[in-house]
Design a binder for this molecule. Structure first.
Ligand SMILES: *Cc1c(COP(=O)(O)O)cnc(C)c1O
Length: 465
């Protein structure tokens, strides 16, 4: 068998790399839209965040670690709240939920969406005013609904008839009239650059529009003495890069809205178009600025409302990943590097890091794409096609499927993977009894832990024998 020495350095990349991944001219360069604003490669070649070198962060907090550029997150929150000024922006806490982050979002003018008692507890512990919270979920327990009513969250998004019945009973007993939105399954499924518009969408969330369930659910809420119908809600998918799918969903929602107003004489206040606005994980992704999204969504809704002959309701949106995703990178240390020859002249560098699918399951779960860069130094070596893999006992334990890294990447190097703020820590696991990494927030040139590193003792504490 032919063994191609250091094949990665002069391999036939064309046969292995995906078509979107170009061979970089400069393997040390950072593509700004993938990174938090405070991240730069300093003159010494080391990645810095908020003026702090990653080596110092690694020495102080260990690896792997999620590193949050707090000013970047706050700036994103502000740009969304300014773009939608007068309407409401809810940060979807499921993307990443901690007291410090929810507090920062609220300080920058955002409301917060939660979908479990656990997320609600964090929001309340963070001191978020309950009226600034929305409560989601397709199977909220009675205890969760009771708590949401008792603490007087701003709105509860109803997802089934069963839930409406439960809510009525709870509200009647508590003597509190909660604001309830009806989640509508609008039959639009959006993902990245494509969407499908059908009569039905085959999924668990919401009341179907075409079956008349959405109308009936809104009628039940609107005619209940114990509930207040606050409006209609839809959420059509994730990683959406243009507003064409929203044109379809908004039109369908506005028509239902108009019909309910006319037939029920309902004075609903609000129309929620959901979240799912795209962020950049790799050079393939180029999201729109929030100001453009806001202008475009408002125009769509205004035109639909004019056509339906109704006043424009208050709008709300629920971005998660677009706010927190790009504000965070994961800092790993390289443990082993293994060139694997796949065919004559074509090889891939397998770069194993000290984390993996327990801190970022999205690649394994969704075939998500990520980027990576050598963080502890710049390199003059040629680019090599690499795959960043984790330490778990699973061949699918891949963090970054395809990326060019300097061919001299070596054990001990630090590697940074950008865009890991959303659905990485929040979907993290203890697979293989690997404790979950900390989240370190950098602000004003200082770093602090906002979510501690889990320890083996934490894991053993739950193992009660
Ligand atoms: C997941 C979710 C969001 C946020 O999605 P992102 O892709 O993170 O923007 C918003 N609203 C609802 C109802 C969701 O389920």
């Amino acid at each position: 068998m032919h063994i191609h020495e250091a094949g990665a350095m002069h391999g036939d990349f064309a046969s292995l790399r995906p078509s979107w991944l170009g061979v970089p001219d400069n393997v040390n360069a950072l593509l700004p839209r993938l990174w938090a604003r405070g991240v730069e490669r300093a003159d010494d070649g080391v990645l810095h965040v908020g003026g702090l070198p990653v080596e110092h962060l690694a020495a102080e907090f260990g690896t792997p670690a999620y590193v949050l550029d707090e000013d970047d997150f706050r700036a994103r929150c502000r740009s969304w709240s300014e773009a939608f000024g007068g309407d409401d922006v809810y940060y979807a806490a499921k993307a990443f939920c901690s007291k410090a982050v929810l507090r920062a979002a609220a300080e920058e003018g955002l409301m917060v969406d939660v979908c479990t008692a656990g997320e609600l507890a964090v929001a309340l512990a963070a001191g978020i005013e309950p009226r600034r919270l929305g409560f989601h979920g397709n199977n909220k327990s009675e205890a969760e609904l009771r708590e949401a009513v008792d603490v007087r969250v701003g709105r509860i998004i109803a997802d089934s008839y069963t839930e409406i019945e439960r809510l009525e009973a709870i509200a009647a007993e508590a003597g509190i009239r909660p604001h309830v939105m009806v989640r509508v399954n609008v039959g639009v499924e959006a993902h990245t650059h494509e969407y499908i518009a059908t009569a039905h969408e085959d999924q668990k969330f919401g009341f179907s529009l075409s079956d008349g369930d959405a109308y009936e659910a809104a009628r039940r809420v609107g005619t209940s003495k114990h509930l207040y119908l606050a409006g209609l809600h839809s959420h059509i998918g994730s990683q959406i890069f243009d507003t064409s799918a929203f044109e379809v969903s908004a039109l369908r929602l506005v028509r239902l809205f108009a019909r309910l107003q006319e037939e029920l004489d309902e004075d609903m206040a609000e129309l929620d178009l959901g979240g799912g606005f795209g962020m950049a994980y790799t050079s393939q992704d180029d999201p729109l600025p929030p100001a453009d999204i806001a202008a475009s969504l408002r125009k769509i809704v205004e035109e639909d409302c004019a056509a339906a002959g109704i006043a424009v309701p208050r709008l709300s949106v629920e971005p998660g990943r677009a706010l927190i995703g790009p504000a965070v990178f994961t800092l790993y240390q390289v443990g082993t590097v293994k060139p694997v020859t796949l065919s004559a002249g074509a090889s891939r560098l397998y770069v194993s890091v000290d984390g993996g699918m327990s801190d970022n399951v999205r690649t394994a779960l969704y075939d998500a794409t990520y980027s990576a860069t050598l963080a502890s130094r710049a390199s003059t070596a040629a680019p090599a096609l690499a795959r960043v893999v984790g330490r778990h006992c699973e061949a699918g334990d891949i963090v970054v499927k395809d990326e060019f890294l300097p061919a001299d990447v070596a054990p001990g190097d630090l590697l940074a993977v950008p865009g890991t703020g959303a659905y990485c820590r929040s979907m993290g696991s203890n697979y293989n009894h690997v404790p979950r990494p900390p989240v370190v927030a950098v602000r004003d040139g200082e770093a602090r832990v906002i979510l501690a590193r889990e320890t083996v003792d934490d894991l053993l504490r739950l193992d009660v024998g």
